[in-house]
Write a protein of this length. Structure first.
Length: 118
């Protein structure tokens, strides 16, 4: 069993930056993927990006490539989402996820609100 706890959300102006953290408790196996989804008001939840725990390889959805960076701290069992050049379309609740394979999202955090003002 894995529990995920996000932190770091808040209000930021357009063009600004914010870093989210997700601390995982429980056993994170090398085969796991940790990453992020987001859900904007009135929209479906969408994939943001993820990181392969074994080697740190990252994958992003096109809308955030070049602006968002996912990284990790193995010693702290923590994954980060550095968000740069934010715009109002990035406003959403951001969820940390962990999956035992490429296709699975077995564990979810409670979500943290990110609001980008124009």
């Amino acid at each position: 069993q894995v529990q995920l706890a996000e932190s770091g959300g808040g209000l930021v102006q357009a063009g600004g930056s914010l870093r989210l953290s997700c601390e995982a408790s429980g056993r994170i196996f090398r085969s796991y993927y940790l990453g992020w989804f987001r859900q904007a008001p009135g929209k479906e939840r969408e994939f943001v990006g993820k990181l392969k725990w074994s080697d740190g390889t990252t994958y992003y959805t096109d809308s955030v490539k070049g602006r968002f960076i996912i990284s990790r701290d193995n010693a702290k069992n923590t994954v980060y989402l550095q968000m740069n050049s934010l715009n109002p379309e990035d406003t959403a609740v951001y969820y940390c996820v962990a999956g035992s394979s490429w296709w699975s999202y077995d564990y979810w955090g409670q979500g943290t609100q990110v609001t980008v003002s124009a």
